[in-house]
Design a protein around this ligand. Structure first.
Ligand code: HEC
Length: 115
């Protein structure tokens, strides 16, 4: 009985662990509706965004709040923005946050691979 329980517990934990480390899955579930391969009214395209200047695409009308931010999308800036977008850029247009730090790290790695 104990062994059966342990096996079931392991099965239940596996998908959660895999999901936490899978930035592509986080992106599909939480970002893809607004961020496609091309910029739309819903959101800017994100290819090359890691390391780029904040709010710098010519094909998207950013909020004044995000435009006013100085600097580039470093890991730390992306982490702060995804943790609390409206704290990072009060009055900005993106409200979706990623609460879990492991999910944030994974989706930031995913963004870095978007060329
Ligand atoms: C409901 C739509 C929506 C969702 C969902 C969304 N975003 Fe956004 N995102 C936006 C909008 C709109 C902006 C521009 C914000 C502004 O101008 O203030 C933006 C901006 C960004 C930027 C800055 C882009 C740049 O060119 O400087 C990054 C990075 C980003 N989003 C990442 C993500 C990630 C990662 C997710 C998923 C965890 C996500 N977004 C989910 C709408 C969304």
């Amino acid at each position: 009985m104990t062994r059966l329980f342990a096996a079931l517990a392991a099965l239940a934990l596996l998908p959660a662990a895999a999901q936490a480390a899978d930035g592509g899955r986080v992106f599909q579930l939480q970002c893809r509706t607004c961020h496609g391969a091309a910029s739309t009214a819903m959101g800017p395209a994100l290819d090359g965004v890691a390391g780029a200047k904040i709010a710098a695409r010519a094909d998207f009308a950013y909020s004044k709040a995000l435009k006013a931010k100085e600097g580039t999308w470093t890991d730390a800036a992306l982490d702060a923005y995804l943790a609390a977008p409206l704290k990072f850029a009060p009055g900005g247009r993106m409200t979706t946050a990623v609460a879990n730090p492991a999910d944030r790290a994974a989706v930031i790695d995913y963004l870095k691979a978007l060329k």
